[in-house]
Write a protein that binds this ligand. Structure first.
Ligand code: BDR
Ligand code: CA
Length: 366
């Protein structure tokens, strides 16, 4: 992915040996029980969510936040090509789940490229391994055999009106699921996605990466008719993780916290958020855990699927109207305004520090 702000390529590494100690040796020293308890299955009242992801540095933090939040019950993860190939994203997701002993969560590999255009991966933004250089032991989890969009369809039918979909990558999988089985739309509780912007892009002047990567898919998702909340750059770039937060994670002890600190430092070096690192995708998860973190406006948002400079832009209508123009001789004349139908709850404000404290607090000591 790409973003505004200063950009510096870095290579940060969690030593493989330290993780190996934590996951291969420390259990023998009696730490295994504590780890398993920390990542235990969520309470019955928890909100059921499906995360659609392209892991991805901030994707990994988002997945960890969801897993360590008792308010959420992660029913599945579908993988889409984006930051990295679908193959690497699948492997990264399994490694993350393996780290937290949650092999019970199904992970399904999905679309390998956008609906109409070639894939653009983001080594610069995520490191060669997609996890900001943080090395992890090979996963002990097995992937689900279903195609990612089919996992989405199955889970929505299994839990009608209960699943919140949290897409944190390009929207290809979610669009394919809707296209294959439109009956899922009224059965989904809501879609809370990281993507878009109404104040400029990070790939270029207009477009945010997840929408830029597959504008046709985004248009399908935005217009499907289900409740959509857009956690875009307007808010994610304001929610900066700071060096002191990474230090706090490290000092808290525990391999997950150390992994998160390493990823956070990678984001900080990229300088995507003013004064710190943007952890975009984690904010979408945060907004499901606690919707009061965001201030939203219900607006008409259309995805630009043409254009020379603005393909992939999410175009919001501030006034909720478009001019009504009618033929008038040799030209057209504006005779009034036509109301537009709002379709997206757009994040326009964020309680940034409260969110970062939530993220750091929940991963500390893990
Ligand atoms: C989005 O693009 C991806 O690279 C990140 O993971 C995030 O989902 C930010 O524009
Ligand atoms: Ca992502």
């Amino acid at each position: 992915m790409a973003s505004s702000g200063s950009r510096t390529s870095v290579s940060v590494r969690v030593s493989f040996a330290s993780l190996c100690f934590a996951f291969c040796i420390a259990p023998c020293a009696g730490l295994a029980t504590a780890q398993a308890a920390a990542a235990a299955a969520p309470p019955a009242a928890a909100q059921k969510v499906l995360i659609d992801s392209d892991p991805g540095t901030d994707d990994a933090l988002a997945i960890l936040l969801a897993i360590y939040s008792p308010e959420l019950d992660v029913k599945g993860i579908s993988i889409v090509a984006g930051n990295v190939t679908a193959e690497m994203g699948f492997d990264d997701a399994l490694r993350v789940l393996s780290l937290v002993n949650r092999c019970d969560i199904p992970v399904a590999r999905g679309a390998e490229k956008p609906l109409l255009q070639p894939l653009v991966t983001g080594t610069y933004w995520n490191g060669a391994n997609g996890l900001g250089g943080a090395e992890t032991p090979p996963s002990k989890c097995q992937g689900d055999r279903r195609f990612g969009p089919d996992l989405i369809i199955d889970l929505v039918h299994q839990y009608p009106n209960e699943i919140t979909i949290i897409p944190i990558g390009p929207l290809t999988n979610v669009a394919l699921a809707v296209r294959k089985d439109p009956s899922i739309v009224p059965l989904v509780k809501g879609v809370v996605l990281m993507g878009g912007s109404i104040s400029g892009g990070n790939v270029n002047g207009a477009a945010e990466y997840n929408i830029y990567q597959d504008p046709e898919a985004a248009s399908i998702v935005f217009n499907a008719g289900w409740p959509v909340t857009m956690v875009g750059l307007d808010v994610t770039e304001k929610a900066a993780i700071l060096p002191a937060d990474a230090d706090k994670l490290d000092q808290s002890g525990g391999p997950i916290a150390h992994f998160a600190a390493t990823v956070a430092r990678y984001q900080i070096k990229l300088g995507e958020a003013s004064g710190g690192g943007a952890v975009h995708d984690a904010l979408a998860v945060g907004a499901v855990i606690d919707p009061t973190l965001l201030q939203t406006k219900f607006l008409r948002v259309d995805v630009e699927t043409g254009g020379e400079f603005a393909r992939g832009e999410t175009v919001a209508n501030r006034f909720g109207t478009v001019e009504k123009n009618v033929p008038a001789g040799d030209h057209r004349d504006t005779v009034g305004l036509t109301k537009t139908q709002p379709n997206v709850h757009v994040g326009v404000g964020v309680d940034s520090r409260r969110f970062i404290d939530m993220l750091v607090g929940r991963l500390s000591g893990k």
